[in-house]
Design a protein around this ligand. Structure first.
Ligand code: ADP
Length: 382
């Protein structure tokens, strides 16, 4: 420590506690010795000039073994050759920096094992010359935690894919026996018209209706699992075309309900055109379906830029949704009404959510019951 810095630190410390020069030295020594990170000071030629207690613990060398040695003994063999070049570069441009940004750093211990580390480098200029102060942090625990997280994310992804595959196969295979049940029940009714009384016919009707409903549910479930099944190969999609196709598919319902649809000129995005058409179709279909008695549906489709996203909204003047159901309605098979009131399977919005999230966006609803709802969703703009 040169005179100048000694004087400065001295002054600084004296503002808090009264210390003799010896006391000050002791304090610095204790701080460095008990620091939780390895502290190594290296000369321009790469010799270890100083190492603290934590460095001994980290690398398994005693201080006597380290002092005067080349710092490269702490570097794994595979990186040893290039290390002098990095060192020379540091001394040519001495500034505070993290070592090896963007690559995994490892320290080599005396017993030949390696530890993952993070190393901060700082130049220190003292009377004896320019040195580099290296602060070594053992990141083994963090690495372990990261690895565990990566493994469980992978496991989750795998089990999700398995579950989706299961849902797909199961729903596909359930369709056929269901068709048989409905078909043979109808055949039974036709062939035995004379023998069956009214009660028996009603029972058969109920059974056929049940089978048809189940078939609808399974079909929608298939549709839901297909969203992930088809891998999205993004192309540039003109959302006006998606909306055109959605309104064309809903033409009959639009006419029957007298719905008025207002729309803006929509932007282009990257995505899957079929899925984005389906997204508009489901939202638009709901906006028309969940109308108040005696009020003809009015739907407004708008958008605006929100930072790096497009924010779209589909606003209707329908029955609205209570705030307590804002999350629930996006879950599969969740409905707020009976079949007779408003038909449906409760799958449409869960498909919308899947599509939007698959495209990197979010979907939510804002609503005033008895007045209308606004379904909002975002899509990345670039
Ligand atoms: P479905 O339309 O088949 O019932 P969805 O998943 O599309 O299934 O919708 C789930 C529920 O969310 C609906 O049953 C309805 O209660 C509510 N909902 C959806 N869209 C609207 C809307 N525009 N206005 C009012 N309620 C809606």
């Amino acid at each position: 420590m040169n005179q100048n810095s000694n004087h400065k630190s001295d002054q600084y410390l004296r503002t808090a506690v009264e210390l003799s020069p010896h006391g000050l030295e002791q304090m610095f020594e204790a701080a460095i010795e008990s620091a939780p990170n390895g502290i190594v000071i290296v000369t321009g030629s790469g010799a270890i000039a100083f190492a603290n207690r934590e460095t001994e613990r980290l690398f398994g060398y005693s201080r006597e073994e380290l002092l005067g040695q080349s710092v490269e003994i702490l570097v794994p063999e595979r990186s040893r050759l290039e290390h002098p070049r990095y060192r020379a570069d540091f001394f040519a441009h001495p500034n505070t920096r993290l070592m090896g940004v963007g690559r995994d750093l490892y320290g080599l211990r005396k017993d030949g094992t390696e530890i993952p580390v993070e190393i901060g480098l700082t130049p220190i200029q003292i009377d004896a010359g320019l040195f580099v102060l290296g602060v070594v942090v053992d990141i083994s625990e963090r690495k372990k935690a990261e690895e565990a997280l990566r493994k469980s994310a992978e496991e989750l992804k795998r089990s999700n894919a398995e579950l989706e595959q299961f849902a797909y196969v199961a729903s596909h295979d359930l369709q056929e026996p269901l068709r048989m049940i409905a078909g043979f029940l109808q055949l039974l009714e036709q062939r035995n018209k004379e023998q069956l009384d009214e009660k028996a016919k009603t029972y058969i009707d109920h059974a056929v209706n049940g089978a048809t409903r189940m078939s609808q549910l399974i079909n929608d479930m298939l549709e839901y699992s297909r969203v992930k099944h088809k891998s999205v190969r993004p192309v540039t999609v003109d959302l006006n075309k998606c909306l055109d196709s959605a309104t064309a598919n809903l033409q009959r319902r639009i006419q029957e309900s007298g719905a008025v649809i207002r729309r803006e000129d929509l932007p282009k995005v990257n995505g899957d055109p079929t899925q984005l058409s389906q997204l508009f179709q489901n939202l638009l279909g709901n906006a028309i379906k969940f109308q108040r008695k005696g009020v003809s549906p009015e739907v407004q489709i708008s958008f605006r830029r929100d930072g790096s996203l497009w924010l779209f909204s589909v606003r209707d003047n329908g029955i609205g949704i209570g705030e307590e159901y804002y999350e629930k309605i996006f879950l599969i098979f969740q409905r707020l009404h009976g079949q007779k009131e408003y038909p449906g399977t409760g799958v449409g919005l869960s498909i919308c959510k899947k599509i939007v999230e698959q495209h990197g966006g979010e979907i939510w609803v804002e609503s005033t019951p008895e007045s209308g709802s606004i379904f909002c969703f975002t899509l990345p703009a670039n």
